[in-house]
Design a protein around this ligand. Structure first.
Ligand SMILES: [Zn+2]
Length: 251
């Protein structure tokens, strides 16, 4: 009898939790996965396509689609902790996101915002030279450097809509610091309300070629961000931003 009472109480608690989850405020309705949004596997040894968009704000930039050296978005300085430059719509949205984060006692800091093609080229060349002096082998030096540094044109940071956020006072990208973890959880839970998506979610490393980067957010507008969020992509179900954006461009 006591066992039955225990089981019934557990079921009751569970059903209350389920109802609470279903009626959580401010959450867009979760919808079933659209297969067009599933991240395509990286095609090895196929040269990347160069994008031709005049305004690439909503273009998919990934390991197989790169921005040309001539792509320079109209960025402006961002007056937030950490600084840097972004296109105006992303700067405005990020200002709102910072205000909400500060209300929640989180202290965000911009670690990296717009990076020009030349910046990317300089950074890659520096890492490549370092690897070459260590390995004395061109191929090996190139492969090693490519693992942690993007080739020029392949970074979403060239769009002027992507930022890396860490806690002010935290070591950047420190996955062990609870203050970073709390900030990144806020980005996952609330970022879409300000128009931001997490470009490299869990579980798609093998497909995107990028590790899980909870600190890297990209402005895509509230409508796209909410539609992507509703796909549960942050749960690591294989849906990713670049496939989603490509589907929007070619319905
Ligand atoms: Zn980044």
């Amino acid at each position: 009898m006591r066992r039955r009472v225990l089981i019934v109480s557990i079921l009751l608690v569970l059903s209350v939790l389920v109802v609470q989850r279903l009626t959580a405020p401010n959450s867009p309705p979760r919808v079933s996965i659209d297969s067009r949004y599933l991240c395509a596997a990286l095609a090895a040894y196929i040269p990347a396509e160069e994008l031709t968009c005049a305004d690439c704000t909503y273009a998919a930039v990934d390991k197989s689609h790169r921005l040309p050296a001539s792509y320079v978005p109209p960025v402006m300085p961002v007056l937030l902790t950490g600084g840097g430059s972004l296109v105006p719509e992303a700067a405005i949205a990020l200002t709102d996101l910072f205000a909400e984060a500060r209300q929640r006692k989180l202290a965000p800091r911009i670690t990296s915002a717009y990076r020009s093609y030349e910046d990317q080229a300089r950074t890659f060349a520096a890492w490549f030279r370092q690897e070459l002096s260590r390995t004395h082998n061109l191929d090996r030096a190139f492969d090693n450097a490519s693992r942690y540094s993007a080739l020029p044109g392949f970074s979403e940071h060239q769009l002027g809509t992507a930022v890396d956020l860490n806690c002010d006072g935290c070591a950047p990208f420190d996955r062990e610091d609870s203050r970073n973890i709390a900030l990144w959880k806020f980005l996952e839970d609330e970022g879409y309300r300000f128009g931001f998506a997490i470009s490299y979610p869990r579980n798609v490393e093998a497909l995107t070629g990028y590790q899980y980067e909870p600190w890297h957010i990209r402005y895509v507008g509230k409508e796209y961000a909410a539609a992507l969020f509703a796909q549960n992509y942050l749960d690591g179900n294989g849906v990713c931003l670049s496939a989603f954006l490509r589907a929007q461009a070619h319905p």
